[in-house]
Design a protein around this ligand. Structure first.
Ligand code: ARG
Length: 472
């Protein structure tokens, strides 16, 4: 090779050895090196490099033969990178590795590819390309998990669950309504992920190190070729703008919070004390000591993983907070944070979707757990329908609840006479008629309520959102 690899530093830091006389300190090298993390960007790095070679050709910086030599060299580099990964300890990052391999494949012309380009606009471009794809993949994975909730909701249409506020029984709801209450947050997360992907879709390439590119490259054409929606407007901003990554991490962190809350419900509902659901064997584990144990680990693992997602968002915001204008090497840290969040979500979303599909309701246990106090509001509504002001009705039912507690009888089992004494509108069996689970849920028929028709509307709406996504 006649490419100037004679000085040790040029070999070690192939992209910038010229101004140095000594080698890098052995303690510095592992800190400096990011190849183990950014090797995941190799496809994007090649894609960006191909587009840049053509852009330099278009700008008259390279002649057509040079462009062709670079493109075929990059193809061979692609072949090498898709096999046994060729990086070694002397390769600093994916950009220097690609350039070294290109020099091996294409010879001296490789040295022309970096004209007008910096690793600062290069890494920003690679990372955005990766982020655009990752956001789309995650959005699809969220849709899969929502599909699991739809599946569970179908099984919960005829099951009437105690609905909770303050973790105390409040009013009855269809189990389907509860399941879908977790679908809507996830659909909002999917939309946030989509928007984060759109934020990433701004081309930084052509910004150089910070001041812009001195050659007349067609940045709009570059953007189109690489699939970006627009080009960055300010080169100094472009090399350090990681807003899209923060947005992606926020979308992921909130998604983690939502999955964690869903997990908490699943854990509670699958406990001996509640027993409302049974998560499939495939998502449960046993204990090495206690033979009877059947642990809903899937939900605990998902709840646990959500901590990393919140942490990642905090880490990136903290990383960005004190940076002066322009690229700073701190930014090398951004990738492991985002990769970790995306990997974490790619792990938990399918597991949660599968767990939901495997989950069965246990109507016997649910019925046994329902206290007729859940229908206290319906009892008040009987009076309201007879013209009693709600506040007054609330008070009367409060008295009845106290009497039932004092007498140690369920609210629904108080004698007819007691109902009539507390308020005449509750006499003649009127109170008794309020103690009907089906009637209670069917009464909530305003849009967004738990009546069957409204839950059907919801299911249709969720399915439309999922179909719309697959159309897109
Ligand atoms: N590995 C670097 C990163 O991830 C690439 C950019 C390096 N730029 C530089 N001026 N050293 O950010």
């Amino acid at each position: 090779m006649s490419d100037g690899s004679e000085t040790p530093q040029a070999r070690k830091g192939g992209l910038w050895g010229g101004r140095f006389s000594g080698g890098m300190a052995p303690e510095m090298e592992p800190l400096n090196r990011s190849l183990d993390v950014d090797r995941r960007l190799w496809r994007e790095d090649l894609e960006g490099s191909r587009a840049w070679a053509r852009a330099l050709g278009g700008a008259g910086v390279l002649d057509p033969d040079e462009v062709a030599a670079l493109l075929s060299g990059l193809d061979r580099v692609s072949g090498r990178l898709s096999g046994q990964f060729p990086g070694d300890a002397a390769d600093e990052d994916i950009h220097s590795l690609v350039e070294r391999l290109l020099r091996e494949e294409a010879g001296a012309v490789a040295g022309k590819l970096h004209t007008g380009r910096s690793r600062n606009d290069q890494v920003s471009t690679d990372f955005r390309l990766w982020g655009m794809k990752a956001a789309g993949d995650l959005e699809a994975a969220v849709a899969g998990t929502v599909g699991g909730l739809v599946d569970l909701a179908e099984r919960g249409m005829d099951v009437i669950l105690p609905g909770y506020t303050h973790l105390q029984q409040g009013q009855p709801v269809r189990a389907a309504h509860w399941a879908l209450s977790h679908a809507w947050p996830l659909l909002r997360d999917a939309e946030r992920l989509r928007r984060a992907g759109a934020s990433a879709s701004v081309l930084p390439l052509g910004s150089g190190a910070l001041a812009g590119c001195p050659f007349p490259v067609d940045r709009e054409a570059l953007a189109r070729e690489l699939g970006f929606t627009s080009i960055s407007e300010n080169s100094m901003d472009a090399v350090s703008d990681r807003d899209w990554a923060a947005e992606l991490l926020f979308a992921g962190a909130l998604l983690g919070v939502h999955l964690s809350r869903l997990s908490e419900d699943l854990l509670l509902f699958s406990s001996k004390e509640f027993g409302f659901i049974r998560i499939g064997d495939g998502y449960s584990t046993g204990s090495s000591l206690m033979p009877q144990k059947r642990n809903p680990d899937v939900a605990e693992l998902v709840r646990g993983k959500s901590a990393r997602l919140t942490g990642g968002l905090m880490a990136l915001l903290t990383l960005l907070k004190g940076l002066p204008t322009g690229y700073n090497r701190d930014l090398q840290e951004d990738k492991s944070i985002v990769f970790d969040a995306v990997d974490t979500l790619a792990l938990v979303l399918p597991a949660m979707g599968g767990a939901l599909r495997s989950t069965e309701f246990r109507p016997d246990r649910i019925e046994a757990a329902r206290d007729t106090e859940l229908l206290a509001t319906d009892l008040a509504d009987v009076m309201v329908r007879a013209g009693v002001p709600f506040r007054e009705a609330h008070d009367h039912v409060g008295t009845l609840v106290r009497l039932s507690e004092e007498g140690g009888v369920p609210l629904s089992d108080l004698p007819d006479q007691t109902f009539a004494e507390v308020h005449p509108t509750l006499g003649d069996g009127a109170a008794r008629a309020a103690f009907d689970w089906e009637k209670s849920v069917e009464a909530r028929a305003a849009p967004g309520g738990t009546a069957r028709a409204r839950v059907r509307d919801q299911l249709d709406a969720v399915r439309r959102r999922l179909d719309h996504r697959t159309d897109a």
